[in-house]
Design a protein around this ligand. Structure first.
Ligand code: PRP
Ligand code: URA
Length: 209
């Protein structure tokens, strides 16, 4: 079974409180989502392999370590996933970014695909799928299946908030995918919103409603 990593670092929890607050406007919301995503990237990359290289300091030659493992593709689920891209890319600047467009049908809560643009060397890379919200899990699970259908093997899922229902769905359908979260909330409401949650992540990021 895939692991669920709760990133309960004080800085992440502090910023998350202001992300949740309904009085936080779009500008500050975007900045906070970027900052939390950057902090999460630090933990998500913890298992990256290193290799030794020889370098010269101004004083002598010495060995240093650099990232040795697979290259990365960051895959935001449109639209709200876009809010997490810059924070991730700040820490993993060599990453490519692929996009998957899914929206959740408000009646059925089923994910509907409308866009896909991915790098061609996808299956030589480690994939980090990002979306602020893991609610029913329908969107994340569909995006992961979509990537696996393209023979991708190494996938991690990174979300700010999750409902227990969403975690269960992804774990059942994709037991090989580790999930990284800033917090697990209590439940979903009758409209599939995470409670207490942060509202509609896309609307708050982009000022729509
Ligand atoms: C939100 C969110 C996830 C999805 C989560 O997107 O960004 O993609 O809902 O819900 P689920 O786990 O029940 O599938 P939304 O469909 O609102 O589209 P948007 O990002 O374009 O606003
Ligand atoms: N999508 C959101 O943006 N927020 C939720 O609470 C659930 C799904």
């Amino acid at each position: 079974m895939a692991k669920v990593h709760i990133l309960d670092h004080p800085l992440i929890q502090h910023k998350l409180t202001f992300i949740r607050d309904k009085n936080t406007g779009s500008k500050e919301f975007r900045e906070l989502v970027e900052e939390v995503s950057m902090l999460m990237a630090y933990e998500v990359t913890r298992d990256f392999a290193l290799k030794d290289i020889e370098i010269e300091t101004p004083v002598t030659t010495t060995k240093g370590q650099v990232i040795a493992g697979r290259k990365v593709v960051i895959v935001p689920i449109l639209r709200a996933g876009i809010g997490m891209v810059s924070g991730m890319v700040n820490l993993i600047p060599a990453a490519k970014v692929g996009h998957i467009g899914l929206y959740r049908d408000p009646e059925t809560l089923q994910p509907v695909e409308y866009y896909c643009k991915l790098p061609s060397d996808l299956n030589e890379r480690e994939l980090i799928v990002i979306d602020p919200m893991l609610a029913t899990g329908g969107s994340a699970s569909a995006a992961i299946k979509f990537l696996k259908d393209r023979k991708v093997k190494n996938i991690k899922l990174v979300c700010l908030l999750a409902a227990p229902e969403g975690i269960k769905k992804v774990q059942e359908e994709h037991p090989d995918v580790d999930i990284y979260l800033a917090a697990v909330d209590e439940k979903l409401d009758d409209h599939g919103y995470i409670v207490p949650g942060l509202g509609d992540a896309g609307d708050r990021l982009f000022g729509t409603k």
